[in-house]
Ligand binder design. Structure first.
Ligand code: PEP
Length: 253
């Protein structure tokens, strides 16, 4: 059975003390994570070791980086490699968040290289895709997302996609307070699963966890997560408030 996942994306937020308070706060909630569910916390690079240390005895809690570079080591000042992330026990890396695509110009080809280097170094990518508002208004979102997936993932072998994680994040719903309806999320996520089914077959497609991201909050998580092709969420703003994120975790199916 594929995993149901609540993933927190802190983005570029928190001082050290705030990071400590957030993780300790979550631990105090004492939420038990049953098998086939996971809580992933994607923290800024300086707090990765801290998060890993604090969560190491917590079943079902995993730590993610929010980005990585395409190469394993070398003269790339300021970049962080998956070899480094693997060496400190990190589990996941968010790849292709729309902020990376839009602000830092990461394209589908570069993201395919990032996916490759993650898999080479035993890190699981959380591959983000999703359309801007203009594309949604033109009703070409299905083709747009399919292109993102084809160009970044279709070179992979079936086995590399077993238990892969994809996050569908319509850009118009990220940090805007505007959530896709649960129906819109389900329609796109069924489409995404079908893209994988046509290329890799039903078993692989069924094993992929597809998360929804875009203004998920405590008060809408349950309705969105209930949909059959929504396997949890990638949560920005609401993951910075312990009580909100705790409720979101408890909303997983
Ligand atoms: C995100 O950062 O991936 C995200 C979905 O943000 P928010 O939940 O704040 O919309």
């Amino acid at each position: 059975m594929r995993k149901q996942i609540a993933a927190a994306n802190w983005k570029m937020n928190c001082t050290l003390q705030q990071a400590i308070d957030l993780i300790d706060g979550l631990i105090k909630e004492n939420i038990s994570i049953i098998p086939d569910r996971e809580v992933v916390i994607a923290v800024p690079f300086p707090y990765l070791i801290l998060a890993k240390e604090k969560l190491k005895n917590r079943n079902g809690f995993k730590v993610a980086a929010q980005n990585c570079y395409t190469q394993s080591s070398g003269a790339f000042t300021g970049e962080v490699s998956t070899v480094m992330l693997n060496s400190i026990g990190i589990d996941y890396v968010i790849i292709g968040h729309s902020e990376r695509r839009e602000i830092f110009g990461e394209d589908n080809k570069m993201l395919s290289q990032k996916v490759d280097i993650c898999l080479t170094n035993n890190l699981k990518p959380i591959f983000c895709c999703g359309e801007p508002l203009q594309i949604r208004e033109n009703e070409t979102q299905n083709e747009y997302v399919e292109k993102q997936i084809r160009e970044s993932l279709f070179h992979l072998e079936s086995a590399q996609l077993e238990n892969f994680v994809v996050a569908y994040e319509p850009i118009w719903a990220i940090g805007t307070g505007k959530t896709a309806s649960s129906q819109q999320a389900q329609e796109m996520q069924a489409h995404i699963r079908n893209i994988f089914k046509e290329k890799y077959g039903g078993a692989i497609a069924a094993s992929i966890s597809i998360l929804y991201g875009g203004s998920v909050k405590a008060n809408n998580a349950k309705e969105i997560f209930e949909k059959p092709d929504v396997d949890g969420g990638l949560v920005g703003g609401a993951s910075l408030v312990v009580a909100e994120f705790a409720t979101i975790i408890k909303s997983l199916k």
